[in-house]
Design a protein around this ligand. Structure first.
Ligand code: CUA
Length: 181
């Protein structure tokens, strides 16, 4: 930014120089390429999520999560005795974020499809599934719904990747994927 105003007050009437118009053209075309990539990536990328979002109150989301946990808990784990929930394949499953945990632990079957609902009880958290590095932001008042089909048996960690206060670094969750039962 110049301190003095330009000598020629009608500087916007000057002709563009050739290199300048060249760079503007390149930047414009590149912008269009990047924009269309956002759409293309849904078809050729392996990480982009085709998620759905709906309004839901934290109370309602909490009730649905608890109802699922009540019905399908198979055991508890960890020093907080977090329930491990093994829901029916093909069903709607829930994981809630709150200060500072992901609740409950889910146990899913390989090659089965689930509708995973995510929402927050308090404020913004980040759902980051590791080591797959699948990320989505989670807000109170909205639920994000992902249609998922785990294709590898194993233990996956859920890490909060949105700074949410003093316990942020302890905000971990877990998803187990087991063989078809
Ligand atoms: Cu929740 Cu950081």
């Amino acid at each position: 930014m110049a301190i003095q105003s330009p000598e020629n007050k009608l500087w916007w009437n000057e002709r563009l120089s050739l290199p300048e118009i060249g760079w503007i053209t390149i930047a414009f075309i590149w912008g269009l390429v990047m924009f269309s990539t956002m759409v293309v990536w849904h078809f050729i990328g392996e990480q982009n999520l085709s998620n759905e979002a709906y309004r839901i109150s934290p109370e309602m989301f909490g009730e649905r999560t608890e109802a699922m946990a009540e019905q399908y808990t198979v055991r508890t784990e960890g020093n907080l005795d977090t329930p491990v929930v093994h829901p029916l394949p093909g069903s709607d499953i829930y994981m809630l974020a709150r200060l500072w945990e992901w609740w409950p632990v889910l146990e899913l079957e390989k090659d089965q499809t689930y509708r995973l609902h995510l929402s927050s009880m308090d404020w913004q958290h980040g759902f980051s599934l590791q080591p797959q590095n699948i990320n989505i932001q989670v807000h109170p008042g909205y639920e994000m719904v992902l249609t998922i089909k785990p294709d590898q048996v194993g233990e996956y960690s859920v890490v909060c990747n949105e700074f949410c206060g003093i316990g942020h670094h302890t905000m971990l969750g877990k998803i187990h994927v087991v063989d078809k039962q």
